[in-house]
Design a protein around this ligand. Structure first.
Ligand SMILES: Cc1cc2nc3c(=O)[nH]c(=O)nc-3n(C[C@H](O)[C@H](O)[C@H](O)COP(=O)(O)OP(=O)(O)OC[C@H]3O[C@@H](n4cnc5c(N)ncnc54)[C@H](O)[C@@H]3O)c2cc1C
Length: 437
């Protein structure tokens, strides 16, 4: 398919956000009699799913301490639940198990979930948590865990399959999804709006453009001539000057090659995704101390084994992103730590270290200055979806962006406007060791 010379709506990036926006925009245009899917072109410099969406662990949860994140995530889960078959969504639920220092955060999160009607339960106390876990996993043996938030919604989806589900939905709505088209520059008009996008396949005039670049956020930030550092106004009125807008983190993930059914519920069905943070000392199966500080991992049943990850590693303001994700890998100590933690949690994983799959793993993410997304018009007709690596689970953001693009307000996206750094309207911070909680 050749690149058209103009389009009313151009979406850059065929990941979860770009494709979800395109599909929902097609529906909005038709429903309002404003146009059709054929008014929308999606371009990707490689192909759908070539970015972070194609390698994400796929975990879908609502364990967020920030009210705005929790409400947005509830809307996202609604979209996943709307078509589990097309999105290859597994609604198995999600469990966040925490140490004593996380009790108050998880209790607050649970209370908010009750208020907004997100189905979950809270189990408090080491003995109570142990008993709850043993009903699901009789060989549960984790220590240093005193609270469990069991979300009965959410779960995980198969990354590439769900992207292909979205591509099919786009194409059925007559949206054109073009691979191998790289946005190289923006041609701005006198009012600072984007008049055209210059690509490796030619120039394309645009009415509106939605930019959904995943880890390439910083690249687009500089193409749009935005400052690499910004001043951040805090809720207390202080100003922290010259903060780097973008920082890269390396997401550490891996898998053990086992029969996936090894990690099942007693009746053989797929178990919830598990995230455990513990303050008990962590040892390998050979008795070597891995750490005596707070540690955490997450894991889920996958197609060919058990997959998961641990805390990401901060890299800094510059990385080599391309070819993605081949330029990244996990810390050499990650497999020992992750396998030790699996075995700490359940005896079925004892001795699993030799089964760790030796392969390139993990991937880079671009995080904003406060580690929360920026969803906003950055130019008068250029909407940016910069998710700060929160976002495979955020399939509903595209639905909200589609509404904004046709002129509606989205109260779910409003808390994520760029202006928050100037007004001090920042999101509260939890005591989680992860930059995404
Ligand atoms: C290892 C890892 C595990 C993760 N696990 C989870 C998880 O379990 N749950 C969760 O919710 N989130 C997870 N995330 C985060 C999540 O994957 C991302 O936040 C989300 O996928 C970003 O989606 P996107 O559509 O913005 O970007 P992407 O999926 O990265 O898509 C951006 C697209 O833009 C294209 N592109 C880039 N530059 C150009 C250009 N100049 N011109 C045209 N096209 C361009 C790329 O080829 C790419 O296809 C994980 C991330 C990583 C790295």
């Amino acid at each position: 398919m050749t690149l058209p010379r103009s389009t009313p709506y151009l979406v850059i990036g065929a990941g979860i956000h770009g494709l979800s926006t395109a599909y929902h925009l097609a529906k909005e245009l038709e429903a309002r009699g404003l146009g059709a899917g054929s008014d929308i072109v999606v371009i990707d410099k490689h192909s759908p799913g070539a970015g972070a969406s194609g390698i994400a662990c796929g975990v879908i949860r609502n364990n967020y301490f920030q009210p705005a994140m929790a409400e947005l995530m509830q809307a996202c889960v609604e979209v996943w639940e709307s078509d589990p078959a097309a999105y290859r969504y597994n609604p198995v639920g999600y469990m966040a198990l925490g140490a004593a220092c996380q009790e108050s955060d998880l209790a607050t999160t649970f209370e908010r979930q009750q208020k907004i009607g997100y189905r979950s339960e809270l189990i408090v106390g080491a003995r109570e948590v142990d008993a709850h876990m043993k009903t699901l996993f009789p060989d549960w043996r984790a220590r240093g865990v005193t609270i469990c938030l069991h979300e009965h919604q959410g779960g995980f989806a198969f990354n590439v399959d769900s992207i292909m589900g979205l591509v099919a939905k786009c194409e059925q709505s007559w949206v054109r999804v073009l691979s191998g088209v790289e946005a190289k520059a923006f041609e701005l008009g006198p009012d600072d709006s984007v008049r055209a996008v210059i690509t490796n396949q030619g120039r394309i005039e645009v009415g509106q453009v939605v930019i959904a670049p995943g880890p390439w956020a910083k690249h687009f930030w500089s193409m749009l001539e935005l400052p690499p550092t910004i001043d951040v106004h805090t809720p207390s009125g202080d100003v922290v000057r010259d903060q780097p807008m973008w920082t890269y983190w390396n997401l550490q993930e891996g898998e053990i090659r086992v029969d996936p059914r090894l990690f099942s519920l007693p009746d053989g069905s797929m178990p919830p995704v598990i995230h455990i943070d513990s303050d008990a000392p962590l040892y390998t199966d050979d008795g070597e101390l891995v750490t005596d500080e707070l540690w955490g991992i997450y894991f889920k049943q996958d197609k060919h084994g058990v997959q998961g990850g641990a805390s990401p590693l901060k890299v800094g303001p510059e990385v080599q992103l391309d070819p993605y994700p081949q330029t990244t890998d996990v810390d050499p100590d990650f497999p020992d730590m992750w396998c030790a933690a699996l075995s700490h949690a359940m005896s079925r994983f004892e001795g699993c270290r030799p089964l760790y799959k030796i392969a390139r793993s993990g991937g880079m993410g671009a995080f904003t200055v406060d580690n929360f997304p920026v969803f906003d018009y950055i130019k008068p007709n250029a909407y940016c979806i910069l998710d700060s690596n929160h976002g495979y689970k955020m399939i509903g953001v595209g639905r909200e962006v589609a509404k904004v693009v046709v002129g509606e307000h989205s109260s779910l996206l409003y808390p994520f406007r760029f202006e928050r750094f100037a007004t001090g309207d920042l999101h509260p911070v939890s005591s989680s060791p992860y930059p995404w909680s």
